[in-house]
Ligand binder design. Structure first.
Ligand SMILES: [Zn+2]
Length: 368
């Protein structure tokens, strides 16, 4: 029996402990990945401290649980039915888990599966516990198992630390694809300084979006985002004026082609509603943020202006591979990420320290 070190949560609100457990064997269509970096998402502290109270119908993995959402590493071993993936391959492991056999899964739309679960995080489905039982290993451990279809192959110019951010970059990419982002378009990114906001900005630029408008509540960070491409980015500090009117003014009264709502959980519904008013007739609003309160939407306006309001929760593995290609060719530059590295022993400090981060620029990673 070979042992590995894993940070495990034994009870909500308690610190994780480093335990020695058995290295898992991959099932026939799974692989075993040696974890090289695991990104910590800003919401992780909420999940391990408050989730069962806030969202009682969204299960967590069974305790003692190994969390850790965004894993980059090297394939160590493959199951007997894995043909195309070889040991030694550098990979990002998408944590999206689904049943694999329902109508949506058979169509490749895994995020529409009723068993939709984030490995190492939480499930949005009451049925998600079955998935956690099949994949109980998150990224805060030396090894994890993963289905072969969850792997994004990494080119040499993507570091493990950068790939440990692929979850949020990919989520931003999925939202931009839903919004039909592309050349000639103007976007409004609500919450432009956050993890999803900065990623949405960099991706918009890479995808040819002409102009990126963005709002943020921080004093300094909006200007840091603008400095990434001063002639294509305009920023507004939330509270200075109406974001919707501001967006209309900057587009000659027309409105933006799409809004990406990437606000945090505590943002007021009014903030989101204001920016929604900045979209043009026929435009799209894609919500990928965490506004937790109920947002009262003017449905007649939605109809009159033929505006589409769309929810987006993750991205496909294929889209993750597209991201990797964009970095490989230089179209997408991830050098804006400022890595904060922590050992597995420091995982508790890493999770609780995220409140000090520099918005979407900071990248907190655990290196097991
Ligand atoms: Zn399914």
């Amino acid at each position: 029996m070979t042992l590995m070190r894993a940070a495990r949560l034994h009870a909500i609100g308690e610190p994780m402990t480093i335990d020695a457990i058995e290295v898992p064997k991959p099932r026939p269509t799974d692989v075993l990945v040696r974890v090289k970096a695991c990104g910590i998402v800003p919401n992780m502290a909420n999940v391990i401290n408050n989730w069962p109270t806030w969202f009682p119908h969204q299960p967590l993995p069974q305790f003692p649980a190994i969390f850790g959402l965004d894993v980059a590493g090297v394939v160590e071993e493959v199951g007997e039915a894995v043909i195309a993936t070889k040991p030694g391959t550098r990979v990002y492991v998408s944590p999206l888990r689904s049943c694999g056999s329902c109508y949506s899964c058979r169509g490749g739309q895994h995020s529409l599966c009723r068993y939709f679960t984030h490995n190492g995080y939480f499930s949005t489905s009451p049925d998600g516990q079955k998935i956690f039982d099949l994949y109980p290993y998150g990224g805060f451990a030396e090894y994890m198992t993963a289905p072969q279809h969850s792997l994004v192959t990494l080119p040499d110019n993507i570091s493990f630390e950068q790939a440990g951010r692929f979850g949020y970059i990919g989520t931003a990419y999925g939202a931009l694809r839903m919004a039909d982002a592309g050349p000639g378009k103007v976007s409004l990114i609500d919450g432009i300084t956050g993890t999803l906001g900065v990623a949405s900005t960099m991706l918009s630029l890479a995808m040819g979006v002409s102009k990126v408008l963005g709002t943020g509540r921080n004093e300094v960070l909006p200007e840091c985002v603008k400095s990434l491409a001063p002639n294509r980015i305009e920023v507004l500090k939330l509270g200075d004026k109406s974001s919707g009117e501001w967006a209309k003014t900057l587009t000659d009264g027309e409105g933006v082609d799409f809004v990406i709502s990437a606000l945090g959980a505590k943002a007021a519904p009014e903030t989101m509603l204001d920016s929604m008013q900045g979209v043009r007739r026929g435009g799209k609003i894609v919500n990928v943020g965490g506004v937790a309160d109920v947002v009262p939407v003017d449905m007649k306006w939605l109809m009159d202006e033929q505006v589409q309001l769309i929810g987006s929760n993750w991205f496909s593995t294929a889209q993750g591979q597209e991201l990797a290609h964009m970095v490989e060719t230089g179209a997408l530059d991830l050098s804006y990420l400022e890595h904060e590295r922590f050992s597995l022993d420091d995982v508790n400090r890493a999770i609780s320290g995220l409140q000090d981060r520099r918005g979407g620029f900071s990248n907190y990673v655990v290196i097991p």
